[in-house]
Design a protein around this ligand. Structure first.
Ligand code: S6P
Ligand code: ZN
Length: 193
């Protein structure tokens, strides 16, 4: 039978969704493991408290085959030990499920990675429609000075696998170098000899 049709209003500037019924907030203490420099995380937590890194606003829809789920993500500007604020990042539990991202405000970077460590990056700005093919893990990074806002839509039965990325991270880190984003190898990522 599916669900009843409805429309939500999305504010493209700040990513807020009218009457969202799913709101996720990720603070630094909850996502600290994504950063290389754990001493920098501790310093921020004791000096300024548990800063907001990103929020997700969505609609409560069934995670069923045939449904298309959607949400907005707002990543606050900032760095931790030289790495830009970023999402946790994940593979879809069903690896053969893709996704679409649309940049709404601010500047960011989409990192994509296959399980063998093959990495791609796509700069994102308002209007960038990024295709995330099946099998690619994905993480977004705010590389600008204002909130980076984007819209995503993905298959209802995709599911999320966070554990694989939590263990190893992505093959590259996105760091600030002379005020600009640069990719450098992640020492924690297991590489074949
Ligand atoms: C869902 C989609 C996005 C992310 C969101 C937060 O498949 O890729 O909506 O969930 O950007 O990222 P993460 O890695 O914390 O789920
Ligand atoms: Zn996804």
């Amino acid at each position: 039978m599916g669900t009843t049709p409805f429309g939500l209003e999305i504010n493209f500037q700040n990513g807020l969704v009218s009457t969202p019924n799913v709101i996720t907030e990720r603070r630094l203490s909850q996502v600290r493991r994504v950063y290389r420099d754990q001493a920098a995380v501790d310093r921020i937590l004791s000096d300024e408290g548990d800063r907001l890194v990103y929020q997700v606003y969505g609609a409560d829809l069934p995670e069923d085959e045939g449904q298309v789920l959607y949400c907005t993500t707002i990543i606050q500007p900032g760095t931790v030990g030289g790495e830009y604020h970023m999402t946790k990042g994940h593979y879809h539990a069903r690896r053969d499920r893709g996704e679409v991202y649309l940049g709404l405000a601010g500047e960011g970077m989409l990192l994509l990675m296959l399980e063998d460590g093959t990495l791609r990056s796509i700069p994102m700005h308002p209007g960038t429609a990024a295709h995330i093919p099946p099998y690619w893990a994905h993480r977004t990074v705010n590389t600008g000075n204002v909130p980076f806002v984007f819209f995503s839509a993905w298959p209802g039965d995709a599911g999320h696998d966070y554990g694989t990325i939590e263990d190893t991270g992505f093959a590259d880190l996105v760091v600030e170098a002379h005020g600009k984003p640069a990719l450098i190898p992640n020492p924690r990522f297991p590489r074949k000899p």
